[in-house]
Design a protein around this ligand. Structure first.
Ligand SMILES: C[S@@+](CC[C@H](N)C(=O)[O-])C[C@H]1O[C@@H](n2cnc3c(N)ncnc32)[C@H](O)[C@@H]1O
Length: 270
C-alpha cells in the first residue's frame, strides 16, 4: 500500500498543502491552462467526449478527504473512477449506454487499486436511479462530491438510449432532464459538499448557444451556492491541429470564434 491518499488539508500547515498542490496540479486560479492530457495507464486509449483526468483530479484532491465517496452521474468512459482509484476515494459512476459503461469497467479493471477503494460502474438513467438505495446497499450514507459532465446537448451522439440527454427532443427538454439529474443527486449529496459541473457551449444556426450558463441557472435554481466558474482550455485535437486554417476560415466567415474553452463550475450544497 502506498502512503496516505492526497488531500488539501489546511490543518496540516501551508508547506504540506503546497506540496499537494504542486504534486497533483491543483489549480487555484479561475483560468485553467492544462497543456497536456494525462494519458497514463488506462487513459492511454482516448474516447470522443471524455474529459481530461486533471479535471476530476482537481475536484477530488481539493474537495474530498481520503476514502470519501464520489458520484459521477454521467460517468461515460470512467475517467472520474480512474482518478478515484489513483487518489484513494470510493466512486460510483452511472452511465445510460451499456456499451460505454463496459469501456469504463474495462478501464477501471485495468488500473491498480493501491488504496483498496471500492469503485463501480452502474448502468442506469441518472434522472431515475434510486441513489439513496444505490449508496446504502454499498454501505454509504452520503455522497461527498458529485462530478457531473453531461452531454453538451446534441453535439455528440453517445448512443441511442431514449433517456440519453444527447437525445432530448429540444434544448428546453435537455435542460429539464439535466435539472432532474441535479434533483436526483441532491437527494444524497451531503450538506456542505461540492457539486462540480463540467460543460461547454454549442453553436447552431449561426448562434452561440450558452449551454454553460443555461445549465448553471438550472443548478442554481436548486438552491446550490456558486463558489467558482473556472474556464478550462480545450487542447487541440490532432484532427483540429491539421485543420487550423479551415477552422479559421469557417469562423471568420460565420462572424464567430471557435471553441477553445469549457467551464468547470463549483457549487456547494448549503
Ligand atoms: C460528456 S460524457 C461524460 C464523459 C466522462 N466525463 C468521461 O471522461 O468519459 C456524458 C455521458 O453521459 C451519458 N448520459 C447521458 N444521459 C444520461 C443519463 N440520463 N443517465 C446516465 N448517463 C447519461 C452519455 O451516454 C455520456 O457517456
Amino acid at each position: 500500500m502506498s502512503r496516505e491518499p492526497p488531500y488539501v488539508d489546511l490543518s496540516r500547515g501551508f508547506k504540506e498543502v503546497l506540496r499537494v498542490i504542486e504534486d497533483y496540479g491543483v489549480q487555484l486560479e479561475s483560468l485553467w491552462i492544462i497543456p497536456e492530457r494525462d494519458s497514463s495507464g488506462s487513459l492511454r486509449e482516448r474516447y470522443h467526449g471524455e474529459f481530461v483526468a486533471q479535471v476530476p483530479r482537481n475536484a477530488i484532491v481539493r474537495f474530498t478527504k481520503p476514502y470519501e465517496l464520489v458520484l459521477d452521474p454521467f460517468v461515460g468512459y470512467g475517467t472520474t473512477l480512474v482518478e478515484c482509484l489513483r487518489l484513494g476515494r470510493h466512486g460510483i459512476g452511472v452511465e445510460v449506454e451499456p456499451g460505454i459503461a463496459e469501456v469504463a469497467r474495462r478501464r477501471v479493471a485495468s488500473e491498480s487499486n493501491p488504496y483498496g477503494v471500492r469503485v463501480e460502474v452502474v448502468v442506469g438513467d441518472s434522472r431515475r436511479v434510486d441513489f439513496r438505495r444505490l449508496i446504502e446497499e454499498r454501505g454509504f450514507k452520503f455522497v461527498d462530491l458529485v462530478i457531473a459532465h453531461p452531454p453538451y446537448y446534441d453535439i455528440i451522439k453517445y448512443g441511442d438510449s431514449p433517456a440519453n440527454l444527447c437525445n432530448a427532443p429540444s434544448l428546453r427538454e435537455f435542460l429539464r432532464w439535466y435539472g432532474e439529474v441535479v434533483d436526483n443527486v441532491l437527494r444524497v449529496l451531503k450538506p456542505g459538499s461540492y457539486y462540480v459541473l463540467v460543460v461547454g457551449d454549442k453553436y447552431e444556426d449561426g448562434e452561440w448557444v450558452p449551454l454553460g450558463f443555461y445549465t448553471m441557472s438550472e443548478t442554481l435554481r436548486r438552491g446550490l451556492r456558486l463558489k467558482a466558474i473556472c474556464v478550462k482550455n480545450i487542447e487541440e485535437t490532432t484532427a483540429k491541429r491539421g485543420n487550423v486554417n479551415l477552422w479559421r476560415y469557417r469562423v471568420l466567415k460565420a462572424g464567430t470564434y471557435y471553441f477553445k474553452h469549457e467551464y468547470v463550475m463549483f457549487f456547494r450544497r448549503v
